[in-house]
Design a protein around this ligand. Structure first.
Ligand code: NAP
Length: 297
């Protein structure tokens, strides 16, 4: 058996095309586009490259996009004041603060200052609570888990009644995706198990998964014999395992032994080109949703 590849790169294209249509509709109906501000503090190369990608995607969709760059030594009070300014700006529907922040600034205090209705990253405790309640309450889902769920749905994987095993219990991936898959609704209704470093028999849990979601950050953690034949495997892990001397780029691997897993799984996401491209896409989707919500009030 050779697994069907669930390509994040392809699904990203589909979703961006849908969003482009939505942005046009929003502009026609309300006279303004979705507005997103991306706040970057300092000049870490990794943060600059993430922000650049987000800004480029937002502009390509026709958003009103502000890249607000602030110096490394901005005070916490000034950053809080900046967030308050965007909380009160009717043209802005999504506020994004690129992490990590410099050490003199309390990340939590900053993220908690964002109006939860403009928190398109969905890290605010109010949005974490809303996600837990589910249904209409869950306005924004955090972007990586939302991308995972979208890939599962768009690949035609049955989730209702499925055994889902999530490897990892982080606040940004493992816990939220586990909650989302267990909720009532489309792309959910699953029976979910979360496993982690204290789990007694990781292999036994993975083996019974109809949908195996792996977010551990350990290259080749999941062995081929842990995979149930025909199952759907979502590999969230992004591990730098070396450097390509010709291109100078990092060689990336997931948490699953991909080549061997392809012979057993029914569907599988590659690394790179799997979950990775979905995160920014879902950020854009959350911003469009937020714009509709704010502009229709
Ligand atoms: P994290 O905060 O480090 O959490 C890792 C989780 O995996 C922890 O809950 C840990 O268990 C568990 N774990 C680690 N080693 C394990 C092992 N040997 N057996 C069982 N469980 C193990 O990581 P994260 O932020 O969730 O990210 C996980 C991976 O996804 C990373 O490779 C990251 O780069 C990638 N990621 C990708 C995207 C994307 O593609 N867009 C986004 C986010 C993250 P304990 O809690 O017991 O320590």
């Amino acid at each position: 058996m050779t697994a069907e590849i669930i390509s994040g790169t392809e699904i990203r294209k589909e979703i961006l095309a849908e969003l482009e249509v939505e942005v046009k509709e929003i502009k026609e109906k309300y006279g303004k586009p979705p507005g997103l501000v991306t706040i970057l503090v300092g000049s870490s190369p990794a943060s600059i490259s993430y922000v650049t990608l987000k800004v480029k995607t937002a502009i390509s969709l026709g958003f009103h996009e502000i890249q607000d760059d602030q110096p490394e030594d901005i005070s916490e009070a000034d950053l809080l004041a900046l967030i308050e300014k965007y909380n009160n700006d009717d043209d802005i529907h999504g506020i994004l603060v690129q992490l990590p922040l410099p050490k003199h600034i309390d990340d939590k205090k900053i993220l908690n200052a964002i109006n939860p209705d403009k928190d398109v990253d969905a890290f605010h405790p109010v949005n974490v609570g809303r996600l837990m309640i589910g249904g209409e309450e869950a306005i924004f889902a955090p972007c990586t888990p939302a991308g995972i769920q979208e890939m599962i749905v768009r690949s035609g994987t049955e989730t209702s009644g499925a055994e889902v095993v999530v490897v990892g219990r982080s606040n940004i991936v493992g816990k939220p995706i586990a909650i989302m898959m267990a909720q009532k609704g489309v792309g959910a209704n699953s029976t979910v198990t979360i496993v982690h470093t204290r789990t007694k028999d990781l292999a036994a849990h993975c083996k019974r998964a109809d949908i195996l979601i792996v977010a551990a950050g350990v290259p080749n953690l999941v062995k081929p014999e842990w995979i149930k034949p025909g199952s759907t495997v979502i590999d969230v892990g992004v591990n730098r395992v070396g450097m390509n001397e010709k291109t100078g780029k990092a060689i990336l691997r997931g948490d699953v032994d991909y080549d061997e897993a392809c012979k057993i799984a029914g569907k599988i996401t590659p690394v790179p080109g799997g979950v990775g491209p979905m995160t920014i896409t879902m950020l854009m989707k959350n911003t469009v949703k937020s714009a509709r919500m704010h502009l229709s009030k």
